[in-house]
Design a binder for this molecule. Structure first.
Ligand SMILES: [Zn+2]
Length: 72
């Protein structure tokens, strides 16, 4: 089937993870730095353009613990 062949091809640009906006914790320097790196990794015209890295950064922001940084 022609359709099956199309679906097998890698579709990196359509990976939904790449377009998820992570929610950095306000006041967390690490999250702030990660978000900045994420913007750079997503910037096609920038020197640090790397969508694989962008995806990793999104995961990293989601996993960043905030034992001390959480607002009370
Ligand atoms: Zn953080």
């Amino acid at each position: 089937m022609a359709l099956e062949r199309t679906l097998r091809e890698p579709i990196h640009l359509l990976d939904p993870e790449l377009y998820v906006e992570p929610e950095p914790t306000p006041g967390c320097d690490i999250c702030g730095a990660l978000v900045r790196q994420l913007r750079e990794a997503r910037n096609q015209e920038g020197p640090n353009y790397d969508l694989t890295k962008a995806s990793d950064i999104v995961v990293e922001i989601g996993r960043h613990p905030h034992e001390d940084g959480e607002p009370k």
